[in-house]
Ligand binder design. Sequence first.
Ligand code: PEP
Ligand code: MG
Length: 768
Amino acid sequence: MSDLHPIPIDGPSLGILESLRRIVQEVNNAQHLEEALNIIVRRVKLAIGADVCSVYLNDFDNHRHVLHASDGLRKNAVGRVRLELGRGLIGLVSERAEPINLDNAASHPRYENIIDTGEELYYGFLGAPIIQNRKVLGVLVLRQRERRHFAENEVTFVMTLASQLAGAITFARTSGELARLQQDGIPQRFLPGLAASPGIGIGVAVVVYPSADLDAVPDRRADDQGVETADFRRAVQDVANDLDRFALRTQAHLSTEDMALFDAWRLMLESDTLIDGTLSRIRAGNWAPGALRDTITEHAKVFDNMDDAYLRERASDVRDLGRCILMHLQNQTAAPIQYPDQTILVGDEISAMQIADVPLEKFAGLVSTSGSGSSHVGILARGMGIPAAMGVSDLPVGRIEGREMVVDGYRGRVYVSPGPAVHSEYQRLAADDVALTTELQTLRNVPAETTDGYLIPLYLNTGLVSESRPMGIEESAGVGLYRTELPFIVRDSFPGEAAQMANYRQVLELFAPRPVTIRTLDIGGDKPLPYFPIHEANPFLGWRGIRVTLDQPEIFITQIRAILRAAIGLDNLQLLLPMVSAVTEVDDALLLIRRAHDELLEEGYQVRMPPVGVMIEVPAAVYQSEALAQRVDFLSVGTNDLTQYLLAVDRNNPHVAKLYDEYHPAVLRALLQILAGARLHGKEVSVCGEMAGDPLATLLLIGMGVHSLSMGAGSLLRVKKVIRSVSRPRAREVLQIALQCEDSGAVRRLLMETLEAMGLGALVRPGK
Ligand code: PEP
Ligand code: MG
């Protein structure tokens, strides 16, 4: 503790803010919760000049406060002192959720003597609650031997620190550290994660580790740059060969769209950023592994810094590729794994290669401690129909090899060595799931038609990497939303007309004669291109979507030319404009589209002017849906952004995730208004946000009169099942009741009850 110097809270040289900043910085740099708590208690005790500083954390499961750190109390009290929730002064601070400042604690009616700590010797007491998201997580306590009423600036200082601590505690809770501190074993309860691929998997854990550790590579001077260069190039070629081999092996199980994943990796692998970046570092004197490490770190950081969760996930693809190259550089060859008949593949960061290595007939489930449903791994699992849970951060990966596991891909839950009750319950659910899948298969060749004969075409959402099962391709009415951002992101510069055209042609051909709706580039402040940086204070309200492409017409025109040329002879193209907030944007975009069309005709290309639609995803567009509908051929509602902008809730911010809800009455009313606007001009309205693929929403959307829905392929048959089970009048009745609800919870309950009453509850939860 010799490095500890007082950080005065109000001294002449250091302001209170600076003291706070320094402590918070130290806390944030802590490796784990215990270290963070110890820093806090030492620093706060010293800064305030108290005799004791302690932190009690709430153990909600066992209804008690547990002393987790202290500077001043007996060392052996930490972890041993446990107070029932609601008892004593600690309980009072927690109950009131406000600080309590007493110059003589023992005279307070709620005072209780805590045995084992020696606290009875102290008079002064200051307790500050540690709160996050309205929930008291614990109490930070200061004690003084003499009578002391803590000054106001000391109270606010402690409160501010307590609020900073809340973040670290929540993080530790979710990373399972608290559970480990409280009971050093594998939890018997389920471990929470994110639902990534629906289904129930029961099997045996096979743990996979990253094959090569880039972070462990040291810098080393290259003796011979020629040798390093040749080794690096050979390793890249080896990885390219591996990718081809794996692509060949998986192609029977994946859609052409999903196979595009391998193309994306090839693009990254062959990119100038990776190749030239590494070679120039070799020329600067580092050996190949060191040069590769720096290049990969730099490249991954670009994605790490993106606000968009999907794009952030691309950082792990870059690191994956880096590890593969390193493995070849180090001449490592992995020993073949013997997979049990029911394999649950488990890892901290599972690579696509490791997935491709598991024989499909033995693949029962997948669990990753990192990532989310939008990770490539999650997408692959969905594509292959493997139940998966991602982001299961509590899982003690090092201790579960060979254990029995259950993966609940509906709820993102995982059980390790489940007891007999859990096991048999999940066997029942798994059987139900098989029955449901079989039943849904029977819907593959029937129309998505209500019981009173109203057809609601179901389209697919795809991008460079689709979320489609192979069946989605034949099954869907076409593509309702083709996101074009990814081909722009995986390159080192804007793709040219020819490169883009090849991409678009592939998807247009794949679905022809069914329509394919290609959305123009929706890049912006939150999805910056590595080669086109945009720095903004409010990226979601900034230069995004059509705003960028109208300001940079050369990007727009190139894309439109590529799209129009790709559709020659197929005539199944529709264009969609994102992030529109004013009719003038549509007018300007239409002018540019016509210009591109006319130029191409003049150049001799037999292009046709496609139907053009506008995405309604900004509140301003809702109120102008009539004027917009007048200008274009159709409207498509992007409920993901519309919800974010209507509710003023950042769709990627976990702090406000609870407020993000498509079933909010305001969103429902906005949808009605859009339909009313379009109706005045006889234009159709589609929904292509995530809401379209949620079977819970289907009744509402039919009731409103939405003409078509576009979704990930995994949702197609579930949504079709709801459509085929209801008449439009009944859906309108349910909608009318939903419109009486004043909050999203009530809407959800109503819809859940209605689906259960229709015998369709199994579409949105496990079990029959
Ligand atoms: C939406 O906003 O609902 C949408 C479909 O677009 P994206 O998710 O690509 O922003
Ligand atoms: Mg959007």
